[in-house]
Design a protein around this ligand. Structure first.
Ligand code: ATP
Ligand code: MG
Length: 652
């Protein structure tokens, strides 16, 4: 057993990329000195640092105190009153920005809509009045279960306008998942649509809501947007069409001033590690965090066309489709459907069409693009791009290199942003005008973020030793509680390491001070007493030319404690690897990262089990690798048939 159970790093990655002089010269944070002095100030005098930055927001009543209380009970900007909707919409109306595009929307079938800030203001104000008419008041919870259509952003902002707390449920979830979340949040109203478009098919939403309402009893009214036109059942005095309600309502609605700590939204986590948690975010700190990180990390400028491909149903969509960019007055692209509809070139077509300058997506998507082939991006003009981002999982270095070459054309800095539903905003990320980026590293903490890498006992580790990634100082956009379960909140995040926030990830810091997230500590392998990161073995496999994607898990092994089982999808259409390929892959990993990490089993599969936000669910694969029945929560799993197929092939 290695000392203090630290995670051994085997990944060798030495490539480094500096921002161009041209990029740095125009960046919001333009030099190492500027970053260092901001970071140091935020660490030494967080109240002074955040207090000054709070002037970037529009306040209704100035705050009295920036930070009060110790973690985990820290409160921010107490005494202040603010409104998130006013910050994202109204404040842009006093200048020419009034007529600037806020949302450039494209539906999957190809229909389009443009909403200027003035349009957004009108629609949001009207819908806020609709909510009031339906009996929603400040403090009520409103569930939004919708496709990626402008009405989703409108409904969120309308809730914020009147101080109602939204709880968004990703449109791909089942009726049961909706019922669970409605019950947990005690939602009064649901806003939904008849359906949404996904790969040319209509995803039924209203019928799922109907079913969910047989199991959740707090919901009194349902508002339905007509999107696909499919037949839906409308129950009198409960269900209303959005367009009917909007047709005769006052377009003026005053914003409701709320306290800084007023609950802005509840969002259930992705469920990669277990039952989803109802993360609660409050208003001022969250808004400040998302506003500043949007500007620092994406270097947002007035003339940018910014596209974050995440669904608004995930935290990335909350923070970086809606609140962060709109608070900055940016133009946001929003796309309803799948990246491979009608063909695998859809994203590149959208970038070319709207002249997207900033593109933010996830490793799972990047791995799919690689598999689909370079001819898709290569047949489009991507010269408008100036910055690329990644979020959601550790990015395999080879996927990073592909992104850099094929999409960024070696010109665009890549920001690999580490953060979580719980952190509300990006925590660790390159600053595009400053940082030397390295494939697979999220580099350094943003100003205001003070991470440490510690052993299980809480002692700080040496460079290159992997351990628990924790935060020792509070930050404005951190979660305040798990809705309705403050004990679980304290237990989940603040009980592992005394006095620090820990939410599950392992990491190491290299000799330059750059951080490499090594995946979830629950996923760490324990092979012959060595603790290895699954993500590093996966990255080695993905670096093999035949491999598209890999998930690595441990299984009980008589001699080694744990053996290494690799689930592999290949780039070629047929997923059947040969014995010779298996031998080659085992050799490849052995050569790249050492005998210690030699895979015991390689299993080929057409697809990996993922959450609906595209993250590999290793916990389910562990059961399969061990050949045991699973009793785990699978409500957030995207495609149950993948598990069934893997189980069947196990029996064979
Ligand atoms: P649950 O908490 O319910 O298990 P989840 O952790 O997948 O689900 P999210 O909050 O959506 O839910 O994801 C945050 C996690 O995603 C991080 O803890 C980390 O494991 C991973 N992650 C996100 N961005 C990065 C990144 N840039 N590099 C490495 N890992 C990342
Ligand atoms: Mg998590």
């Amino acid at each position: 057993m290695t000392n203090s159970g630290s995670i051994q790093s085997t990944l060798q990655e030495t490539r480094k990329f500096l921002p161009s002089r041209e990029f740095s010269a125009q960046a919001h944070i333009a030099s190492e000195e500027q970053y260092q002095s901001m970071w140091q100030k935020a660490k030494d005098d967080p109240a002074g640092f955040w207090g000054e930055l709070s002037q970037e927001l529009q306040w209704i009543t100035p705050w009295k105190e920036v930070i009060s209380g110790e973690m985990p009970e820290t409160r921010w900007f107490t005494g202040g009153q603010i409104n998130a909707c006013e910050n994202c919409v109204d404040r842009h109306l006093t200048s020419w920005r009034r007529n600037k595009a806020a949302i450039l929307w494209e539906g999957e079938p190809g229909d389009t809509r443009v909403l200027t800030y003035n349009d957004l203001h009108r629609e949001v104000s009207k819908f806020a009045n609709v909510l009031k008419k339906l009996g929603v008041t400040t403090g009520d919870r409103v569930t939004l279960y919708m496709p990626m259509i402008p009405e989703l952003a409108i409904a969120m902002l309308a809730c914020a306008r009147i101080g109602a707390t939204h709880s968004i449920i990703f449109g791909g979830f089942s009726a049961d998942a909706v019922a669970d979340r409605n019950n947990d949040a005690q939602a009064k109203i649901i806003v939904t649509a008849d359906g949404g478009w996904r790969r040319g098919k209509e995803v039924p939403l209203k019928s799922a809501v109907d079913e969910s309402l047989t199991k959740s009893h707090t919901v009194q009214k349902v508002v339905v947007v007509r999107r696909t036109g499919q037949q839906v059942h409308m129950q009198t005095d409960r269900d209303y069409w959005w367009h009917d309600l909007m047709s005769d309502v006052d377009p003026h609605c005053d914003v409701v001033p709320v306290d800084s700590e007023h609950p802005l939204f509840i969002l259930y986590t992705s469920g990669s590690t277990g039952k989803p948690k109802g993360v609660l975010h409050t208003t001022a700190g969250y808004l400040l965090g998302t506003t500043m990180t949007s500007r620092w990390v994406f270097d947002l400028k007035e003339e940018d066309t910014y596209w974050c491909t995440a669904d608004i149903g995930w935290i990335t969509g909350h923070s970086y489709v809606v609140y962060g960019p709109l608070s900055n007055g940016s133009t946001v692209v929003m796309y309803e459907g799948a990246p491979n509809w009608p063909d695998e070139g859809r994203f590149w077509e959208i970038i070319e069409k709207y002249r997207v300058s900033i593109f933010y997506t996830a490793p799972t998507a990047i791995r799919a693009f690689i598999k689909w082939g370079d001819h898709w991006p290569q047949s489009r003009d991507l010269s408008s791009l100036r910055l690329l981002g990644s979020v959601g999982e550790p990015i395999n270095p080879e996927a990073w290199m592909w992104y850099h070459r094929t999409i960024g054309q070696e010109r665009c800095p890549i920001v690999d942003t580490w953060w979580q539903t719980e952190t509300g905003a990006i925590m660790i990320s390159p600053l595009p005008g400053v940082s030397a980026t390295k494939p697979g590293s999220c580099t350094r903490p943003l100003p205001g973020v003070v991470p440490e890498i510690v052993s299980k006992e809480g002692t700080p580790l040496e460079a290159n030793e992997g351990g628990l990634l924790v935060m020792k100082q509070p930050w404005p956009s951190m979660l305040r509680t798990l809705y309705g379960d403050h004990e679980r909140f304290k237990q989940t995040y603040f009980s592992t390491i005394e006095g620090a926030y820990f939410a599950g990830d392992g990491a190491r810091r290299d000799a330059d001070g750059d951080i490499w997230v090594m995946g979830r500590v629950d996923d760490v392998l324990n092979v012959s007493g060595h603790r290895l990161s699954t993500m590093e073995v996966e990255s080695s496999l993905v670096a093999h030319p035949a491999v598209a994607e890999a998930a690595v898990v441990g299984f009980p092994h008589d001699l080694k404690g744990e053996g290494i089982c690799c689930f592999v999808t290949l780039k070629t259409a047929d997923s059947e690897g040969s014995d010779s390929l298996t031998a080659e892959l085992i050799q490849h990993v052995r050569k790249q990262i050492g005998a210690l990490a030699t895979p015991d089993k390689i299993r080929y599969t057409a697809a990996l089990p993922k959450t609906r936000s595209g993250k590999i669910m290793r916990r389910l694969l562990r059961d399969i690798a061990a050949g045991r029945e699973s009793v785990q929560d699978t409500t957030t799993l995207e495609d149950l048939s993948i598990l069934a197929k893997l189980r069947d092939s196990d029996d064979a």
